[in-house]
Design a protein around this ligand. Structure first.
Ligand code: PGA
Length: 245
């Protein structure tokens, strides 16, 4: 079965580097999986034409809570759609933490992105202290319920969830990937919670210190529908390997 592999380039590259990586990606990434590259906003209009006609899809890292209006500094999902963007990452833990994005805001973003014809990739995940307290499932249930409240989708492929335990994201102190077996169990739990709200079995991806060596183990788990890759997506050799699995 095809897996969904998302590259989250974050704000790690200059415009020039983003274009170079996009060109390399077109050359090197092969295989049957669905691949999505998410450059920063500034690079989108330049990366889009490079990916056009290839098997690589364009994704954004965020979008606004409304389609149009007086929202200084925001980027409309309508304009993203017009640029050829297909997927949009929403509620990434870095935005929740550094920009204080709440599940309420993320919920509004999901609804407007869906209306605009984008496929939201809703990120959820717990901090280390939540895990240590044994409260992961309660925490995720709440995050999912708040983020998806009132969200309606027509088909299971209209929305994707990415489970990214915050303590596993490579840029965090002492980060280490979750075990693939633990990930599978949590994915099963997330899938069930989301299905109760959405009435559809949406795909759940794993993210957090995925690399060329461990990606295969995650992808072989029954409930892991794909990966959200940060650091390793910037290294073309590693990322093309991950995509080929
Ligand atoms: P990482 O990042 O793969 O570098 O851990 C994942 C993410 O934050 O989306």
């Amino acid at each position: 079965m095809k897996k969904l592999i998302i590259a989250n380039w974050k704000m790690q590259l200059s415009l020039k580097e983003s274009l170079e990586l996009a060109k390399q990606s077109v050359k090197k990434i092969k295989g049957k999986n669905i691949i999505v590259l998410c450059p920063d906003f500034l690079a989108l209009p330049y990366v889009g034409p490079i990916l056009k006609g290839t098997n690589l899809n364009l994704g954004a890292q965020d979008s606004a809570i409304v389609g149009r209006g007086a929202y200084t500094g925001e980027v409309s999902p309508l304009d993203l759609k017009a640029l050829g963007v297909k997927y949009v990452i929403l509620g990434h833990s870095e935005r929740r933490e550094h920009l204080h994005e709440s599940s309420l805001i993320i919920n509004a973003k999901i609804k407007v992105a869906l209306t605009g014809g984008l496929i939201p990739i809703l990120c959820v995940g717990e901090k280390l202290e939540v895990k240590k307290n044994g409260e992961t499932e309660e925490y995720l249930s709440r995050e999912i319920a708040h983020s998806l409240q009132g969200v309606k989708i027509k088909s299971a492929s209209d929305l994707v969830i990415a489970y990214e335990p915050i303590w596993a994201i490579s840029t965090n102190k002492n980060a280490r990937p979750m075990s693939a077996l633990d990930a599978d169990a949590i994915h099963k739990f997330i899938k069930a919670r989301a299905a109760r709200i959405l009435k559809k079995p949406v795909a759940v991806l794993y993210g957090g210190s995925v690399n060329a060596a461990n990606a295969g183990e995650f992808l072989s788990q029954k409930n892991v529908a794909g990966l959200l890759v940060g650091g390793a997506s910037l290294k073309i050799k590693d990322f093309s390997h991950i995509c080929s699995l």
